[in-house]
Design a protein around this ligand. Structure first.
Ligand code: LLP
Length: 424
């Protein structure tokens, strides 16, 4: 069981709260998060740097619940954002603008203006057009925009192709040659200030080597810039460290940072990272109830009340996440495909899982704290699940379950289509 989860008397607990009781109290499908697991994972990152000057910028996209952002902000976390919406969330949660880095290949002018006005730490620039847009907007607002250039080091992160971002055929970052040009422009501009260099080569990395390969590329650029008289303040190696979903061997935060520091310490730059999954991933589980057990001709199906709209990773990336019985005391195991009620064959949460279950039983889908709720949708007009943060034996609702009426709140029926819509 991941940190924060345990089995007691054949039943699963999150911290000291029984999942059975949580499901009874809050209904299913339900996202639950162990507060302590998040605190421990964040602390593991800060401690990994030891005496090195550093800033951990949590990647908000992994799980953007405001309570979680506030918890991380209270521990001194910075934030990596990719939209104006995420900026507003972080500020709303009490995050400090000067600890925010803004990543993404397509920042809109309005988002850049928002970030300039807030006074963020740095824009992670991904193209020439973006740099020139930031310059124009900073000029108009009378600001100096701090910038970092995202290098695409053309390194294979050996992860799922959809979440691999550091190859030259990917849309992210720029090569070293373009980067040098961007720094030259920024250095010469009164409205831009080059402060850092960054990269992010992919997510769910299980090996240190691609991190080191990309760090070496970044270091080469830093040294070239130094000889051209451009001094940076920080180097940001992105996020991407994986978590254990099944039997992956994941390097520890300490191993990764020690290896990185061997290459970077002589530069005397502040070290930054943007971890998302490794902070919240294993702290969360999606709790779901078996609705129907269906014995097909070639397969058994456990149809549960969570679906691809609640947890998209299995359908989108064929991702494997552990699914365990909340009541672990039953026998008579059989193989099941765990599927949701959505009308698509791609709507599965796990295939060929050995489970001892009856209709009405609860299942916990582990490793669901990152890119779980954050990627959920209302497909099939399914209200999104509630989220609960567990602090020992206390359960705090940090997002209430959506109501069906909430889902059409922005929908308008033009008068030419017909009479008024029933308000009930
Ligand atoms: N920094 C940047 C610029 C990123 O694009 C990302 C993630 C991160 C940091 C955080 O990476 P992490 O530490 O979480 O690996 N939905 C996918 C993962 C997409 C990751 C996108 N970028 C999944 O469920 O596996």
């Amino acid at each position: 069981m991941p940190t924060g989860f345990s089995i007691r008397d054949h039943s699963i607990f999150c911290e000291s709260s029984s999942i059975d009781a949580l499901a009874d109290n809050f209904g299913t499908p339900l996202y639950i998060y162990s507060q302590n697991a998040i605190v421990e994972a964040f602390t593991a990152w800060s401690e990994a740097f030891q005496d090195a000057e550093h800033l951990v910028c949590y990647a908000v996209k992994a799980n953007s619940n405001i309570a979680i952002l506030k918890l991380l902000a209270s521990m001194g976390s910075g934030f990596d954002i990719v939209s104006g919406g995420e900026l507003q969330r972080v500020l709303h949660a009490g995050g400090l603008a000067e600890k925010i880095v803004f990543s993404g290949v397509g920042k809109a002018a309005s988002e850049i203006e928002q970030a300039l006005t807030a006074g963020i730490r740095c824009f992670n620039v991904e193209s020439t057009s973006e740099l020139l847009l930031i310059e124009r907007l900073a000029d108009r607002l009378g600001k100096v925009a701090p910038i970092s250039v995202r290098i695409n080091p053309d390194v294979d992160a050996k992860t799922h192709p959809y979440i691999s971002t550091g190859l030259k055929e990917n849309k992210f970052g720029v090569n070293a040659e373009t980067a040098r040009e961007l720094y030259r422009i920024a250095h010469a501009s009164p409205c831009l200030r080059p402060v850092g260099i960054d990269c992010h080569i992919g997510s769910q990395l299980t090996d240190i080597t691609p991190f080191i390969d990309s760090v070496k590329h970044l270091k080469d650029v830093v040294l070239e810039l130094q000889s051209a008289g451009i001094e940076l303040r920080h180097i940001d190696i992105g996020g991407g460290l994986g978590i254990r979903y099944s039997d992956e061997q994941i390097p520890s935060t300490g191993e990764l940072i020690t290896a990185v520091r061997e290459h970077l310490d002589d530069l005397s730059l502040e070290l930054m990272i943007e971890p998302g999954r490794s902070i919240v991933g294993n702290a969360g589980a999606l709790i779901t109830r078996v609705q129907v057990i269906k014995t097909g001709e070639t397969k058994n199906f456990a149809v549960v009340d969570a679906a691809m709209n609640d947890l998209l990773r299995p359908a989108l990336y064929s991702a494997w996440q552990d699914i365990v019985e909340v009541d672990a005391g039953k026998d008579d195991a059989a193989l099941y495909d765990v599927v949701g009620p959505v009308c698509e064959t791609g709507d599965f949460l796990g295939k060929d899982r050995e489970l001892s279950i009856d209709e009405g039983d609860l299942l916990a889908i582990l490793g669901a704290g990152a890119y779980g709720f954050a990627m959920s949708s209302n497909y099939n007009t399914r209200p999104r699940a509630a989220e609960v943060l567990i602090d020992k034996n206390e359960a705090h609702v940090i997002r209430s379950r959506e109501r069906v009426e909430d889902l059409w709140i922005n929908e308008v029926v033009p008068s030419h289509i017909g009479g008024p819509v029933n308000e009930d």
